[in-house]
Design a binder for this molecule. Sequence first.
Ligand code: MTE
Length: 444
Amino acid sequence: MGRLRKAPENFVSADLAQDIGKNGLNDARRGFLLRSFQTAGAALATGLAGNALAAGSGDEMILTPRPWSLSLGQPVAARPYGVPSRYEANLQRRESPGLTRVPAASVAFAPLQGLFGIITPNGLHFERHHQGWVDIDPSQHRFMINGLVAQPKVYTMDDLMRLPSVSRIHFIECGANTGPEWGNAAVPTVQYTHGMLSCCEFTGVPLSVLLDDCGADLKRGKYVLAEGADGSSMTRTISMEAALDDVIVAWGMNGEMLRPENGYPLRLVVPGVQGVSWVKWLRRIEVGDQPWNAKDETIHYVDLMPGGLHRQYTSIQECKSVITTPSGGQVLLDKGFCNISGLAWSGRGKVKQVDVSTDGGRNWRTARLETPVLTKSLTRFNIDWVWDGSPVILQSRAQDETGYVQPRAGQLRDVRGTRSIYHNNGIQSWRVAESGEVSNVHVE
Ligand code: MTE
């Protein structure tokens, strides 16, 4: 096996440097190339195992029986609730130090560089709270529908969970994801540039079923307001069109109950729409005839345009992609074969195509989309690449089924200016230096 190399400490943030510390194996390591091949052809011809054995390396690790092959393992249910291996302990969601004044109103980013496929494990789902998270006793939780309805109703969790449910895989992305990149290449790793992003299978009752149950007035009722039970007074307006389409009042997340940090016991799932509308600890839906202009719709989550105007209710997360391996803070061990892997998504439907450039956007090749390719879900892409050891700039560019193509950072800035925070879906650039070190750079 190739030697693992550590990223220089002045190159990564303090907490990432810590990751790279003790075990040698760390959460950034999946982007370190564990093995490199002279050419992609050689890799494909022999396969990984064949290549290692054919070399006849005489490696003691494979020739000598190891202690775990000679002893009795742990009994079943030694851990009634399974946890990751201790060797994976550094794969964690992380807060960006100094991002907010108090940790209760902050963000913990998902470690995208260490995840495979499209599903985010529950313990690594990103977290964003305005007033901290709460762990509500489900027997004490109540959910109400009122406003323009024939019969206002209050539901218990038991009432809800006996209704017909659906399970759907969707991404959730905070509108502020990639916000720091409006100005310059502000943060070193994909965890911090794009980690306010996760994707799960959510289970719950369609909101349309509940609106029907209460006799919502669909002639006058053009909007719904969703309200959370935490101390943040989180309220968001959602169009009736979306509410009747694919919005879910959800209790399940990847086959188990929601985690408290993610809204246990009840949250709204609003596919394709920015995370703030996915109200957690959901306690009320009100039907109304106009938008509410709540605080989180007027002061926050609005786009400051170049002319000084604020754009409100731009809630759909437009088509976007990012290469997660290799990505900022990682090191390529050697020249040779390298699988470039990443994620693409669109709030308007399915991802149709992802192109990858290894020369800063001059030439593009189309990547493989791994199945499943689902609507308003993350899609995993992969593409073979042979690194010749010279400095390169890696980029990915996604296109969705509506034909919309992810813009270059410069194209986005021409329309939106530089004073935005939210809704940055520009193309991300990673520079691979001759040393193999990967860093975040800006390419217009
Ligand atoms: N709902 C309530 N009640 N309180 C909150 O602070 N944060 C919102 C949204 N729903 C929030 C909330 C924001 S800004 C985002 S991006 C998502 O929840 C984050 O969801 P997550 O913490 O499950 O990742």
